[in-house]
Write a protein that binds this ligand. Structure first.
Ligand code: NAG
Ligand code: NAG
Ligand code: NAG
Length: 369
């Protein structure tokens, strides 16, 4: 047989048996059972909701065509995809973002899609750190100084720029339209004092424009400091802090041990295990990716890789920014209700007992299914 002819023949048979996933709505007076006798396939489903009667399945296109003039068929629709309104997609996203919007760990060769529900537009996030290199193009001009008279942005250390980019830079950030307010309280070496932090908090609360406060640092336990934080949170400013990187009980430090702040520990998102360095214990509210996190570097247009609970706290701050003003529940309760429960390997909890097994998530999973 001639090869060319053979190919034509194959094409013809394929098109003759081509199938289509469709939904057939039947007229109200059609008897579903009787109609289904016409159907020659075995796998289909009948639906009857009041007067709405339908048959769904993968039908031969010729059969579907034969129904165009069938009086018992009211409407025919191909089985279209539906998608939750307002959800955005970032393709080829960094894995720390991908992990926030999927239920399980990052696996090899998966699609790196970040799905998000809000962009934090009109929300302010105060970054109390070492400063921010604000002119990086990935911030798209959304970094402001708290003190309008001082427009100097610099970050010799890099910590402030890294966390700010995870909160809200365009490529690396969770909350892509948030306004980032740079309020440096730490010196270039990454060290500061509580009095500077209290002074910043006083000014922020007095200015009266609400926002989320990220304090990505840790120190010895201070009841006085924690007393002040309670009032800041009560005034309507959610505070997010790292659990700390000592692999110890986060309750023994401040601000991680403060009752009303949101304390974030680190997991490795490839294994969903608690990161070796991460603090733990009952003061940790939830966990988020914190190992090998790519972010902006404090030099022109450069990127860097860091690990630590500050990175995890920054990611959760981005989630909080998208929740501001949306939920009637309090922010911590919303975060916990969206989080993935029981996702961290249970054996990690044998040594780190009394720690909540929650992985931060930026969307409600039951609604995306
Ligand atoms: C950004 O600011 C830094 C420090 O002020 C400066 O050295 C650098 O040239 C600026 N980069 C751009 C692209 O403007
Ligand atoms: C302005 O802010 C920078 C940090 O961004 C700080 O180093 C500098 O001391 C501040 N200048 C004044 C006059 O407050
Ligand atoms: C998206 O946000 C809206 C409120 O703006 C909320 O009602 C809805 O539950 C969210 N959806 C998901 C999937 O998180």
């Amino acid at each position: 047989m001639n090869t060319q002819l053979l190919l034509v023949f194959i094409f013809f048979t394929l098109s003759a048996v081509s199938c289509l996933k469709v939904i057939l709505q039947l007229s109200a007076k059609t008897d579903l059972l009787r109609f289904s006798e016409k159907i020659l396939i075995s796998e289909y489903e009948c639906i009857e909701i009041g007067n709405f009667k339908a048959i769904m399945g993968e039908f031969d296109t010729n059969f579907v065509k034969s129904l165009f003039f069938d009086e018992s068929v009211e409407a025919i629709s191909i089985d279209r995809q539906v998608q939750i309104a307002n959800l955005h997609h970032q393709q080829s996203a960094p894995k720390h973002l991908v992990r926030l919007s999927q239920a399980g760990p990052i696996v090899k060769q998966q699609h790196l899609d970040f799905i998000y529900n809000g962009t934090g537009k009109d929300t302010r996030v105060f970054i109390l750190d070492t400063g921010i290199l604000s002119n990086h193009s990935d911030f798209t001009g959304r970094v402001q100084t708290f003190d309008p008279k001082n427009t100097t942005h610099c970050d010799v250390n890099g910590h402030g720029t890294a966390v700010a980019s995870l909160v809200g830079s365009e490529l690396f950030g969770v909350s892509k339209e948030v306004t980032l307010i740079d309020y440096p309280v730490l010196h270039d070496n990454g060290i500061g004092v509580i009095s500077n932090v209290l002074s910043a908090l006083d000014k922020i609360v007095k200015a009266g424009v609400p926002g989320v406060i990220l304090m990505p640092f840790i120190g010895k336990k201070s009841v006085l400091f924690e007393n002040a934080l309670r009032e800041v949170v009560t005034a309507g400013f959610p505070i997010v802090v790292p659990a700390g990187n000592f692999a110890r009980d986060a309750c023994k430090y401040s601000p991680s041990g403060a009752e009303h702040v949101i304390t974030v520990g680190s997991i490795n998102s490839y294994t969903d295990t608690i990161a070796k360095f991460s603090n733990y214990g009952p003061c940790v509210d939830l966990f988020c990716d914190g190992v090998d996190i790519v972010s902006l570097a404090p030099f022109n247009e450069m990127i860097t890789v860091n690990s630590g609970t500050s990175m995890s706290a920054a990611l959760v701050t981005g989630v909080v920014a998208t929740l501001m003003g949306r939920s009637s529940m309090d922010i911590l309760a919303s975060l916990k209700s969206m989080a993935i429960r029981g996702g961290i390997r249970p054996m990690d909890f044998l040594v780190q007992s009394a720690t909540d097994n929650l992985i931060a998530s930026n969307i409600k999973f039951n609604e995306t299914e």
